[in-house]
Design a protein around this ligand. Sequence first.
Ligand code: URA
Length: 434
Amino acid sequence: MRMYDIILKKRDGGILTKEEIAYVVKGFTDGTIPDYQMSALLMAIYYQHMNYEETLNLTLEMAKSGDILDLSSIQGIKADKHSTGGVGDKTTLVLGPMVAAVGVKTAKMSGRGLGYTGGTIDKLESIPRFSTSLDVHTFMKNVSEIGIAVTGQTGNLAPADKKMYALRDVTATVDNIALISSSIMSKKLASGADIIVLDVKVGSGAFMKTEQKAYELAREMVRIGTGAGRKVSAVLSEMDQPLGLAVGNALEVIEAIDTLKGNGPKDLLELCVALGSHMVVSAGITDRLLEAENLLKQTITNQTAYKKFCAFVKAQGGDVAVLESPQSLIHASIIKNIVSDETGYISHIKSDDIGKAVMLLGGGRQTKDSAIDASVGIVLRKKVGDYIVKGESLGVMFANQEELAQQANQIFKEAFCFSDKKVEKTPLIKGIVI
Ligand code: URA
């Protein structure tokens, strides 16, 4: 087999066989296929696309290019959630304890954030002494005993994807349904869960800007996961404004704690209930979504989810005292009210600009090795549909450098769009794919 012939075949619209795909993934991972040939193939795939069989084969080959996490020693059903990335998305911190409280376990290998969508690991590290590098034994033990553990990516999970994603990033070949689906699903399959729930964000602040594109991606990922023998469902959720009110690592942890205590923003809880209900039904705890939703809501009112969160933080070495007084997580030296220059109904909040403002403050990574400041961020006071009068507060900024605070202030204000007419709030959940 020759890489040249495979590139030519795809360039001319041919369908790649399982053997050809296996040859490409293996050769690219071990370095025998050079970047320039892989770039050419990625561009050919970008234009000619891949059918379902090809995408499934690509996913399976990428999943087995490295370690596959074996969770079989953990009793019970193991679930995992993936979000395509959104600003203010702290769902894992709320959803994990909620589903654990009703008996669904989550063994989560999570990433650090790059760019303006923060990673779960970065958020958790704002809790003093919280360890995000568990050894495999402790990770498995915590999932078994508490029902939830989160660790940074260790080992060698889907290395083919890591290499391919880096190449796609610099060759303008990220934006392709087959390549995105195989990239996401290869990592999820290698992470070993029986149940996978996908949160596919849609809107101006998301990877998928339109509902049509988001549905296309969701359907493909669900089909691939199902084809690989897992129970997979997808929830399409709006990203035309940040999720919840807090954006920034420590601030998001505070908001997650508030939500677990029953005092969080409605949209965050709604999303967690929607995602969690599919996990609960797939786990066979009930076959009715409505009942699953009620079970999850009860974990908030009866505090069982919050207790799970405390047990999870304790088991990972974190300081549980801060959970009782989460405001103690705020260490920013500058706390500023940001007021509106306009009067009107808020019609849209450009989430990516809010994310950029927080990144500028130091809350996000420009490159994968940059350090982040967990204490900075913004808490919104207004969301889409709210009416605001000039001079009223749009949000509160937490910063550590005056000059950056001024720049972020401007970006934050400009992220808000206004209308003279009343703006209807749009539903958070746009659709479900099962
Ligand atoms: N996230 C991934 O993990 N892979 C992609 O291709 C796009 C988003």
